[in-house]
Design a protein around this ligand. Structure first.
Ligand code: F6R
Length: 628
């Protein structure tokens, strides 16, 4: 989705803006632009280009041709108006009295546009953002008549704009007659402010941490309906009533290198390879070993007592895309172990079914970015209804993490590739911990089984490492299959949940049509699509369902399908039905997803590479979906 960067300080702004935007490229975009001015001059130069950031770099000689130490930059992912140079941000009012960059969606932009048109404003673009620029211009002019100081004028305009606008926004704003000042405001779209010291002295804004990591680690998270005013030497924060507020700086612990490729050809392969570390970091600190060698799950960080957990009458898991797929696994694992009724829903559907939420329900929102608009909206609905919420989130300080009653962080580190891999694996790990904890306090797990489950969990990182060591086999198969047109992923029970993720991974980065099917459902219609050469990936990790899945494999093979069978070591009978087989190490069947998903990630990755596609930035997709 769109990205924002801004800088005001002693250095030239344009190269910093372009570098920051480059760090946000992974979010997906179709055009980019910057607005830069000298801290003493009123003139603001705006340069925009359709397509890749490289076009903007070429136009500006990597920023060197645009002089000035104060500016804002943006990568746009079109929502209102086609991707074009005209519709690219920054947008501005007449004579660039107000220049803005915007992430989010202004829902009532048509109504505002009509009102502003009646006041004599003319619109040049099809965007909702231009409405914000012109609305700010309108209020700024009104403030000028009141004889206010420059800062008061800006605050007056921003506040009134915030009251009139419906929707979501993170905004970077320049006012033409205020050289050296940069303003920002936020509602429902992430925004941070950073402080740069030393030779970079100044302040920055950004929609996401990687954009500022080369310049600062010291950031303030801007909350909803807050305004920031930045100059080279000063940062002032205000609420929507324009009262000054104090907020602490947070130190970002990430290492800038964690957001670089580190020698890998693609972020996706780097992140696939980081999974043993990421899963270990998510599990280990939460599994305590007692003096007698026994282990237990410690989730005291959540602030939930054992009594709270015992009182939970129903668990609802919510997420989008892969995070939803984690929820499908979570439902099975939590129900099986703790016997608490559990349901899973797509965040984008949840609100529209007027969900029935019991007083003692626990709603778990799963999200890598912590900013997914539908997941955030679902969380807010639950909070409005007074239901206890828990977030499983990767990005520290993100909206979902801050708004949920409790947060269980996944320690995957920054995930840059659009297709999630390590965040998915750590989300699974977090849910296993919760499932065991819930079961343990509710007494549905005997001690020996609990110890075995924890031992199996702790073995997962090394087992993932083992699977990765044999990745060339999957690569060989992927190269052979890279021209296929249709792929079906089938499985029963947890294997169906894995199929969902395998299919999504493949289609999003290889653009091959693929579907996930509950294996038993095939013969109720879909089997008619099976013909010579169709690739069927059959998941058979669950011993109690193994024979049934093998039967389904035989059914499709006899109709011409080419079979990739994936199972746990020892279940060799799969070879009776499969043309190609991958075995993953043995674990408790409830945790098999964590292992079986690895070859599926590799399959998607290698097929995408073999087809020469942009693995990390697949077409039409964005890393963090901050619009509904
Ligand atoms: C697929 C993928 C998406 C995300 C989904 C939710 O590889 O990455 O399906 O899982 O957009 O995003 P988060 O987890 O940030 O809420």
């Amino acid at each position: 989705m769109c990205g924002i960067v801004g800088y005001v300080g002693v250095k030239q702004a344009a190269p910093i803006l372009l570098d920051g935007l480059q760090k946000l490229e992974y979010r997906g975009y179709d055009s980019a632009g910057i607005a830069v001015r000298d801290a003493q001059a009123e003139h603001i130069e705006v340069v925009k280009a359709k397509g890749r950031l490289k076009n903007l770099m070429d136009m500006t000689d990597a920023g060197r041709a645009v002089r000035g130490s104060c500016g804002i930059g943006h990568t746009r992912w079109a929502t209102h108006g086609e991707p074009s140079t005209l519709n690219a941000h920054p947008h501005y009012s007449r004579e660039k009295r107000v220049v803005v960059v915007h992430n989010g969606i202004i829902e009532n932009y048509q109504e505002l546009r009509a009102k502003l048109t009646r006041k004599g404003y003319a619109f040049e673009t099809q965007t909702d953002t231009e409405t914000v620029a012109l609305l700010l211009d309108c209020y700024y002019a009104e403030a000028a008549e009141k004889g206010l100081s420059p800062r008061e004028r800006a605050l007056f305009a921003i506040r009134n704009m915030m009251i009139r606008v419906r929707g979501s926004y993170a905004l970077g704003i320049l006012f033409g007659d205020q050289p050296g000042a940069l303003y920002a405001a936020r509602k429902d779209s992430p925004l941070i402010v950073g402080r740069c010291d030393g030779e970079l002295r100044g302040h920055m804004i950004a929609s996401d941490v990687p954009a500022v990591l080369n310049y600062t680690r010291s950031v303030v998270y801007i909350d909803n309906l807050e305004i920031a005013c930045l100059t080279q030497d000063e940062l002032r924060l205000y609420n929507v009533d324009c009262e000054e507020i104090e907020k602490p700086f947070t130190e970002i612990k990430w290492d800038a290198a964690a957001a670089e490729k580190g020698g890998y050809e693609h972020f996706m392969m780097k992140e696939i390879s980081e999974q043993p570390r990421a899963v270990r970091d998510t599990l280990s600190p939460r599994i305590h070993e007692e003096e007698d060698g026994s282990r237990s799950v410690d989730l005291s960080e959540l602030g939930l007592t054992d009594d709270d957990l015992r009182a939970v009458s129903r668990v609802t898991l919510i997420g989008c895309g892969s995070a939803y797929h984690v929820g499908v696994v979570g439902r099975a694992v939590i129900e099986r172990l703790s016997r608490v009724p559990c349901e899973v829903d797509l965040a984008s559907e949840f609100r529209y079914r007027d969900p029935m939420l019991e007083e003692n329900a626990l709603v778990i929102v799963i999200s890598q970015s912590g900013e997914t608009a539908d997941s955030l909206a679902a969380l807010r609905l639950c909070k409005e209804r007074g239901v206890r919420t828990l977030a499983i989130v990767n990005v520290v300080g993100s909206s979902i993490a801050r708004e949920a009653d409790a947060t269980l962080y996944t320690w995957a580190g920054p995930e840059i590739s659009v297709a999630t891999t390590k965040a998915y694996s750590t989300q699974l790990a977090a849910l296993y911990l919760l499932a065991v904890k819930l079961s343990s306090v509710r007494g549905t797990l005997d001690a020996a089984r609990e110890q075995q489950l924890l031992a199996d969990m702790l073995a997962l990182p090394d087992q993932i490492e083992q699977i990765l060591a044999d990745k060339e086999r999957v690569q060989w198969f992927a190269n052979k299959m890279s021209a296929c047109r249709d792929v079906f992923f089938i499985g029963r029970g947890l294997d169906y949940a894995i199929s969902l993720e395998g299919s999504l991974k493949l289609k999003e980065i290889s653009y091959i049509h693929s579907e996930a099917y509950a294996a038993g459902e095939l013969k109720h219609g879909t089997i008619s699509l099976i013909e010579d050469g169709v690739l069927v990936v059959a998941l058979a990790t669950q011993p109690d369902l193994f024979e049934k899945v093998v039967s389904n494999m035989v059914e499709v093979r006899s109709r011409g399908a080419y079979l990739f069978g994936l199972t746990l070591c020892g279940q060799y009978a799969i070879e009776d039905a499969a043309n190609f087989t991958v075995y993953v190490p043995r674990t408790d069947p409830l945790f098999a997803t964590s292992l079986a998903v690895i070859p599926l990630q590799l399959l998607a990755y290698y097929i995408s590479c073999a087809r020469g596609l942009d693995v990390d930035k697949p077409r039409n997709l964005a890393k963090s979906v901050t619009v509904e």
